[in-house]
Design a protein around this ligand. Sequence first.
Ligand code: C2E
Ligand code: MG
Ligand code: MG
Ligand code: MG
Length: 277
Amino acid sequence: KAKGDGRNTYRFFDDAMDVEAVEHQFIRNGLRRALERNEFVLHYQPQIDLASGAITGVEALIRWNHPELGMVPPARFIPVAEESGLIVPIGDWVLHEACRQAVAWQNAGLPELCMAVNLSAVQFKRGSVEQSVIHALQETRLTPALLELELTESILIQNVEGVLDSVKRLKLLGVKLSIDDFGTGYSSLSYLKRFDIDKLKIDQSFVRDLGSDPDDAAIVRAIIQLARSLNLRTIAEGVETADMLRQLGAFGCDEAQGYYFARPMSADAVASYIRQA
Ligand code: C2E
Ligand code: MG
Ligand code: MG
Ligand code: MG
């Protein structure tokens, strides 16, 4: 907030920094009330098994249905939520809502789907992820094996004893663990040995230019080979074209997720999508 022209005024829109700071504060203030006002919504994006063509799961992706701004994408508020610690109660809401929806689909007669939920490093540092997951599973009665927690490499390379322990204990609950945006984080692969990971999610930045950039193709192929020799499944993110899909299939990728199949959509839209698939 830059001081004004000497009088009792503030010039908020002096430069880009100020605009950003104002939006930041606007978002932060709104976030505090968003949970009580029930303004968050989860959309779900199907994940397709390439061998069978079946939809095996969905990834839950949060949106904020803001009264003035409309649908706000996570990139605009998750970083603010992380900075303020609000990601802890928001993350609890996401876990509970995603598990509740998975059970609701089962009760509606849909085939069993795995529900993937994104976790932030801040939830591990400032919250008790293990307790949150236990609560969500108990309250919704979702089968633990149908919940997949998406971790980022930044969570797994933390040298904080508590964080590493809670990742290990999560696995003992019977849930699945995957690594999101794989390949974009850190080159240390030792955490693949230390934790019982189920799946690598190949980041969309490598998938995007798969057809035109030989380096990206080499990286994707190497990730798939690594995963196979470690007995991990692979899923490619950001699959937008039939060409990408063909190449991923040729490399031996197990699953795909992307606009080519479906965009993230409301729970109702997912149910119709699956019924007509
Ligand atoms: P992510 O977990 O890597 O999710 C994949 C993102 O790629 C989603 O963006 C999805 O809409 C987008 N996407 C899917 N298919 C395609 C495609 O074919 N092409 C392109 N260009 N994009 C595609 P979204 O929903 O905006 O989410 C962005 C990020 O926000 C997520 O990245 C995740 O890191 C974070 N996020 C979303 N929901 C949550 C949440 O509940 N908790 C936490 N902590 N983070 C979340
Ligand atoms: Mg994800
Ligand atoms: Mg990702
Ligand atoms: Mg991401």
